[in-house]
Structure formats: C-alpha cells, structure tokens
Ligand binder design. Structure first.
Ligand code: PEP
Length: 250
C-alpha cells in the first residue's frame, strides 16, 4: 500500500517572516496528517521553516541543489548545507530548472546521484511540453527523462526517490491534466520503473502529479490508481488552499 505524499513548492515566494507564518498555519491545520506532507520554501527561508515545523510530521524540502559538494560555485547551495539546516528532501529537475535555467538531463542525473549519496531524499520531476504531447511524444519524453534522471542508481537508492509527473503545459497555467490523462502518464512511469528495476520497485514507487492541483480537483486526481500524491505550486502558497489538498480525503 503506497502512502499518499503531498508536497508544496513555494518557488520564489515568501520572505522569512511570511514563510514562518505560513508554516505555522500549516502546522496548526495539518499537524500530524495521515499522509506524508512536505513543503519546499526558498533557500533563505529553509532554516525558519524547519524550526517552525519541528516536531510536526511536515517535512521540509529544498527546491534545488548544486551538482558539486563544495568549491568555487558562486550562488550555489550544496547538499551538506541543506542537511546542516535539517532539510531531508530536495526537488530536482523541476520544469522551470529544465526549461528556464537550461538544466540538462545529465546535470539533473548528477544532482540526483549526489543528493542520494549525501543522504537527502529526492523528488525527481519529469514531464512533457505541450508541443511534445501534441506530436505524440509523451511516452518517449517521459521514458527518456526517467532513464536519464535515474541513470546509475541502484534499486536500494531508488527507494528514496519520489517521481513527480508534471506536464509542463499544466504548471502554473490553471490547466490541469484530466485524471485520465494523468493516469495514463503515471502508468507509463510505473511501467518504466518495472522495466528498469523490478515489479516490486514499480509497485512501491510514489508518483506525484503536478500541474495546477487545487482543492477542487485533487480528489479526482487522487482517486486514480497510479496517482499517489501531488506536487503543488500556486495552491501551496496559502494555508486555506494547501490544507484541504493535504487533507484531500477527510
Ligand atoms: C509546480 O511548480 O511544481 C506546480 C505544479 O505548479 P502549479 O501547481 O502552480 O501548477
């Protein structure tokens, strides 16, 4: 039985004070939810949010991480710096990192391996653009991103990876994939994990859907057999939206 996992990606929003205030509202509204819940504040607010959520079941994730352990990498943040703050998880390969900041499959793979080796868990984001979907390339793109993102990873380490299927055309656009469309893609992801690893690995892989998840559509998505959670952008910025998403079945 896979445990639902709801994560909020705050992107480049919230000062330290705003982030702590939201974390406090989430602590009061979600507390020890029956599901796994995580939030990913910007780097500057990580320490404050870790402190505000201490002792709750809500985990704190980073939105990105450097592909190197330390050194001359101006503007970058390393895995050990995240671990030092009490961060346990990192989102890698988000579509904004891929498409706005030009991160390649190879770079994302390096980060995935490094994060796991250093002791972080990973949420690996994948997903097709509208053009790729409309030209019938959904399966090719998703399979390629899984193969390249997980290259060199053994099945034991895979147990610390969550995959977030996020069609690029649905991120921040208000357009959600229908539950059927999302389920089709999730089945492709799970099938590929089965081919690369084992039936057991495929069965236990947590696959989140991301792309304009809101309180009014989360239930329909979560009802699908292969949708195990959500990665939420815009609707994670307000407690009034994120709490009902995290408590989608209550
Ligand atoms: C995201 O950033 O991962 C995301 C899914 O954003 P939104 O929910 O705003 O579409």
């Amino acid at each position: 039985m896979r445990k639902p996992f709801i994560a909020g990606n705050w992107k480049m929003h919230k000062t330290v004070a705003e982030a702590r205030a939201l974390a406090t509202e989430l602590r009061d509204g979600i507390g020890n939810a029956p599901h796994r819940v995580a939030v990913a504040p910007p780097f500057t607010a990580l320490a404050g949010v870790v402190e505000a959520l201490e002792g709750t079941g809500i985990e704190v994730a980073a939105q990105n991480m450097a592909a190197a352990l330390e050194g001359a990498h101006t503007g970058e943040i390393s895995a050990s710096m995240l671990l030092d703050l009490g961060v346990k998880l990192v989102i890698l390969g988000h579509s904004e990192r891929r498409h706005v900041y030009g991160e390649s499959d190879e770079l994302i793979n390096t980060k995935v391996l490094l994060a796991l080796e250093q002791g972080l868990e990973v949420i690996l984001c994948i997903g097709e653009t509208l053009e790729e979907r409309e030209s019938g390339k959904l399966k090719d793109v998703v399979v390629h991103q899984i193969d390249s993102g997980l290259r060199g990873l053994d099945e034991k380490a895979l147990g610390r990876v969550t995959i977030a299927y996020e069609p690029v055309w649905a991120i921040g656009t208000g357009k959600t994939a229908t539950p059927d469309d999302a389920e089709e893609a999730h089945r492709i992801v799970r099938g590929r994990i089965g081919e690369l690893y084992s039936a057991q690995a495929a069965e236990s892989m947590i696959i989140q859907y991301g792309g304009s998840v809101k309180p009014n559509n989360v239930k329909g998505l979560m009802a699908e057999a292969d949708i195990d959670g959500a990665l939420v952008g815009g609707a994670s910025l307000k407690a009034a939206d994120f709490i009902p998403i995290a408590r989608f079945d209550q």
